[in-house]
Write a protein that binds this ligand. Structure first.
Ligand code: PMP
Length: 375
């Protein structure tokens, strides 16, 4: 039996998600754009999933566009806004710890004449709304701030920043990547003052290959994928009804339980932090008030050596960000974690189904590895 502690990389699909995907593939396999009954049935499945996801973010169905995942949602948000509004306004404000799907996309638009201002945490390791607001001006088209950082679990001040930005500069468009917050922390688009929100299915026990972009009414996006004008013309391509159905079912299952699951995971985190703090040579890299779902620590062996040792014991964790295949992303450095401490960082990410026994096994294996491995 393996112990899976890499839920920030991806999660196991829940039974409800799998069942609705299978059902959509076997019973409702029509093309939702077809005008006959089979098409209509597929359209109904799609509509239902859209409604569930919309309601979970405090939105209406018309605000939700299905994508292939958050990477595409982030690309669509950034490129779509730059094309629609970027003729005269050329400045983008962004946190310095975004996921590669935001950061790399911004590198790209930067080459096309946009000025990207990256705001770092202050020396105390925290982000401050004022630092973002002070960087905004009349030339700013877009501000981007992820909700929960995927490497450390740090919670960024999205609501405070976006609310203040909108007060001073109502025309600046606000975008947040909520991949690591969705179904873990309760939020609503309106309260966040977010115009655009990126979501991903496979981080919330749905399946890979499906995501969504929340788009506030009135925000214009130039599509990056053109064709048959599905998804209101914003994202062409026949929708994956099975994946969307799985996404909707996972949201349906977990949206009622966000707070109880948060409490449960907070208890697990408390236990884990207490136990690993007793181990000589372990440093906790995640700040105290971060998302309990993600804990980043440094120990005395290089990340990859420890990762593969734990793997040999059937325990799966991640070194830094799993998406970058072990490459250091620089995000830890932004949080002041550098040198050997960054080289020896591992990320443990849990779900509410994680057990104390699993954590005990992980702690014992970690201790053994720290005492006995070379490197
Ligand atoms: N943003 C964040 C914060 C993430 O953690 C991830 C996944 N690692 C993504 C975006 C990309 O999501 P997807 O895998 O759905 O493309």
């Amino acid at each position: 039996m393996s112990i899976y502690l890499d839920n920030a990389a991806t999660t196991k699909p829940c039974r409800e998600a799998v069942e609705s995907a299978v059902n959509a593939m076997t019973e409702n396999f029509g093309n939702p754009s077809s005008l006959h009954r089979a098409g209509l049935d597929a359209q109904l499945v799609l509509d239902n999933a859209r409604k569930v996801i919309a309601s979970s973010t405090g939105a209406e169905s018309e605000n939700i566009i299905f994508t292939s995942g958050a990477t595409e949602s982030n690309n669509l948000a950034i490129r779509g806004i730059c094309s629609a509004y970027g003729k005269r306004k050329k400045k983008i404000i962004v946190s310095s710890v975004e996921h590669a799907s935001v950061d790399e996309t911004l590198n790209d638009v930067e080459k096309n004449g946009f000025e990207v201002v990256r705001i770092s945490p202050r020396e105390d390791g925290n982000f401050y709304a004022e630092d973002f607001i002070n960087a905004c001006d009349e030339n700013t088209v877009l501000i981007i701030m992820m909700y929960v950082n995927n490497e450390t679990g740090y919670i960024l001040p999205v609501q405070e920043t976006f609310t203040k930005v909108k007060k001073r500069f109502p025309d600046i468009i606000t975008h947040t990547d909520c991949v690591q917050a969705y179904m873990k922390i309760n939020f609503k688009a309106g309260r966040l003052c977010a115009d655009l929100i990126s979501l991903s299915g496979h981080k919330i026990h749905a399946v890979k290959g499906i995501g969504a972009l929340y788009i506030r009414k009135g925000i214009r996006l130039i599509p990056i994928i053109t064709g048959g004008k599905q998804e209101k013309g914003i994202r062409s391509g026949t929708e994956s009804v099975p994946l969307a159905a799985a996404f909707g079912s996972a949201v349906n299952r977990f949206s009622k339980d966000i707070d109880t699951r948060y409490e449960k995971v907070s208890e697990l985190k408390k236990y884990l932090v207490e136990k690993i703090s007793e181990i000589d040579g372990v440093e906790i890299n995640s700040p105290e008030n971060c998302s309990p779902y993600i804990i980043n620590i440094s120990q005395n062996k290089r990340s990859e050596i420890m990762l593969h040792f734990l793997e040999s014991k059937g325990i799966y964790v991640s070194s830094g960000s799993a998406c970058s295949k072990g490459q250091q992303s620089g995000v830890l450095g932004q949080f002041g974690i550098t040198g050997k401490r960054a080289d020896c960082a591992i990320r443990i990410s849990m779900t509410a189904e994680t057990t104390i026994q699993e954590l005990d096994e992980f702690i014992n294996a970690l201790k053994y590895g720290m005492e006995n491995l070379r490197g």
